[in-house]
Ligand binder design. Sequence first.
Ligand SMILES: [Zn+2]
Length: 150
Amino acid sequence: MNLDGKRLPELFALADKIGKQRYHKLTRQDLEDYEKFNHWRYVNGEHDCGTTQESRDWARDNSDFHCPICGVRFSECGGRTIDHKLPRSQYPWLSMNFDNFWVICKACNDEKGEMHWFEYEHYMMKHHPDRLSGIKAARPMKLLKSLKNP
Ligand SMILES: [Zn+2]
């Protein structure tokens, strides 16, 4: 499947459809991972949940000083957070999949919310077109392709 050749709304509909199909197959491990992330997530954002040494180390090793989305220094935009590229509310089995993580600032994480990846790209195209190329470069191709075979 050539994902680049498809239009965003089409891709969004496809991923959404496949995501919902996978729900009935959720395992205990999927749910444990979902919970585990609650103890792992924020690194130095304002939220006081999580923040383990493991997540701090991971965030340090997978970020520099600036948010990859807005380009602002983390210290000036709410701190580092670990975001799921594909939201775990829709893809709970990807809760602890490191391929699904990236370090973005609190402000960008709040703005991204629970949007699906392609919905987010569409949103950025409308609201922050200057940031779109960076978002596209971070597109989780491997995971999106894996959704094709749930
Ligand atoms: Zn940001």
